[in-house]
Design a protein around this ligand. Structure first.
Ligand code: TLP
Length: 346
């Protein structure tokens, strides 16, 4: 029986078109800028996001870290959300490897950071304090449940950064989900940012790889950071070829994942014992009501054992399950999940 894996969109597999493109890819040594497939992908990505240049990196984590290492000096501070992926789930790479201090501010339920909190987090020109160098947003915001941040809000943060002499980075691992949610050109969501990282894996289904964009000088420094992190690869056109298929053919269908997430949330909400906490973009999150006589862990194991449905009970918020839809979850799979949960709880 084919499994239905909703643990994350990171579990998505490359499509047949990607595998074909990988087999045909022309390659060269990318450290010498000699890989034509990587060069094309980087040029396309920069143009798509309206920035001067791009660099292909191994992962979203590496893209964010290269950005911070390229933007900040040791001993400098960045302003970042307390539940952001960079702060919570990247092992404090900025501090471990870059000597950069995170100054955290609370992420609001809609995934935004309040401007007055940002204002208060800027250190004065005082020799006791680290210099505040940068502010970072995450779009869509993972821990806020896949919340997309609007172009208007992002422009306010960009304006705030400019007025205060700060750089502005966006962790846009799922920026195309945000663009699909608002029905806007992705350029509008990143217009005022100095750098943006986004993933070709996850919803776009490439087997690996992320892109970091910014101006030429920034990308030159980011390439140096990638090198020292061991992330410079050689004939990596085989991966970039899948990334190109992701970039050109997988963005416009993300709305289907959002529709499926909505269908799933609606179906589950009708079942006794399920409390839906929210649904945004491709995320659905829910818990079991108190009157249900089964623990969350047993519920997750039973779905896996009896129905081959994979959910993760880990979420950062106790008792809440987060599901993510993606390309390999179609409407039929959604109906199967609703039926399985219904029979398990009845
Ligand atoms: N997120 C993963 C886990 O690491 C939690 C997931 O399953 O969602 N930024 C954001 C907003 C992310 O959600 C992730 C991955 C990353 C960066 C890191 O990307 P990778 O996994 O490519 O290093």
């Amino acid at each position: 029986m084919k499994s239905i894996d909703l643990r994350s969109d990171t579990v998505s597999h490359p499509t047949p078109a990607m595998r074909e493109a990988m087999a045909r890819a022309e390659v060269g040594d990318d450290v010498f800028h000699d890989d034509p497939t990587v060069n094309q992908l980087e040029a396309d990505a920069a143009e798509l996001l309206g920035k001067e240049a791009a660099v292909f990196v191994t992962s979203g984590t590496q893209g964010n870290l290269c950005a911070l290492l390229a933007h900040c000096n040791r001993g400098e501070s960045i302003i970042i959300g307390d539940s952001s992926h960079i702060f919570r789930y990247e092992q404090g790479g900025m501090a471990q490897l870059g000597g950069i201090l995170p100054h955290i501010v609370p992420v609001q339920p809609d995934g935004t950071l309040r401007l007055r909190d940002l204002e208060g987090a800027i250190n004065p020109d005082d020799e006791h304090k680290p210099v505040t160098r940068l502010v970072a947003l995450e779009n869509t915001h993972n821990a806020a449940g896949g919340m997309p941040l609007s172009a208007e809000y992002t422009a306010e943060v960009a304006d705030f950064a400019r007025r205060n002499g700060l750089l502005f980075h966006i962790d846009g691992a799922r920026i195309f989900n945000a663009a699909a949610a608002f029905g806007v050109d992705v350029k509008a969501l990143v217009a005022g940012a100095d750098s943006v990282s986004f993933c070709l894996s996850k919803g776009l289904c490439a087997p690996a790889g992320s892109i970091l964009v910014g101006d030429r000088d920034f990308i030159r420094r980011a390439r140096r950071a990638r090198k020292v992190l061991g992330g410079s690869m050689r004939q990596v056109g085989v991966l970039a070829a899948a990334g190109s298929v992701a970039l050109h053919t997988m963005r416009d269908r993300l709305g289907q994942d959002h529709d499926n997430a909505q269908l799933l949330a609606e179906g589950l909400s009708e079942l006794p014992g399920i409390c839906i906490h929210g649904q945004n973009t491709n995320f659905v999150f829910f818990s079991l009501s108190d009157d249900i006589d089964i623990s969350l862990d047993s519920f997750v194991s039973a779905l896996r054992r009896e129905y081959n449905i994979y959910l993760s009970s880990y979420s950062g918020e106790r008792g809440v399950i987060r599901l993510r839809t993606h390309y390999w979850i179609d409407r039929r799979a959604i109906y199967k999940v609703i039926a399985a949960v219904s029979s398990l709880l009845s």
